[in-house]
Design a binder for this molecule. Structure first.
Ligand code: NI
Length: 168
């Protein structure tokens, strides 16, 4: 595994629509491993391939249970993710992004989403998530379409001292 460099705005790859993953080779698994390592090192709660300069539709997410800090974190790897259903409920929350340093913002997201895609081996997966985990998935999937959270934010500001928001 190797750490990759996280790119930041105005890097053009962050504004491009990423291409679908079609081959689940050893090289693809290496990319996924590098993304996981890079996300953990940052540290971040999620990472999309364009954030390391690779214009492919793959995301990694690692986040624990927001109700139980002791619960083990779960790692998700999804290629070609798509939202198949979303809750009617919209919730507002604060986000930060590893590719948009020095800012945080308030963003409205679906409270819950069901995401389908392929795992690191190319096998179909379907994931139902809620709350912060659903927010992270929506944030990461936006990166695959060249969208960053500040595009959607109702308000963006520089974090106050002690205001630490998990970035992805
Ligand atoms: Ni981000």
């Amino acid at each position: 595994m190797a750490l990759r460099n996280i790119v930041t705005l105005p890097e053009p790859v962050l504004r491009r629509k990423a291409r679908k993953v079609t081959e689940f080779t050893k090289d693809f698994e290496k990319l996924v491993d590098d993304m996981v390592e890079t996300m953990r090192e940052a540290p971040g709660v999620g990472l999309a391939a364009p954030q390391i300069g690779i214009s492919e539709r793959v995301i990694v997410v690692e986040y624990g249970d927001e109700e139980d800090e002791e619960a083990p974190k779960k790692l998700y790897v999804v290629a070609n993710p798509e939202i198949t259903s979303a809750s009617e409920q919209i919730v507002s929350g604060i986000e930060a992004c590893l590719s948009v340093p020095g800012l945080v913002g308030e963003v409205e997201r679906y409270y819950g989403v069901t995401v389908k895609g392929l795992n690191r081996k190319g096998k179909p997966v379907k994931i139902k998530v809620q709350g912060w985990l659903a927010r992270i998935f929506q944030h990461e999937m936006d990166h695959l379409d060249g969208v960053v959270y500040t595009d959607r934010a109702t308000e963006v500001w520089s974090p106050r001292e002690g205001e630490e928001i998990p970035a992805d």
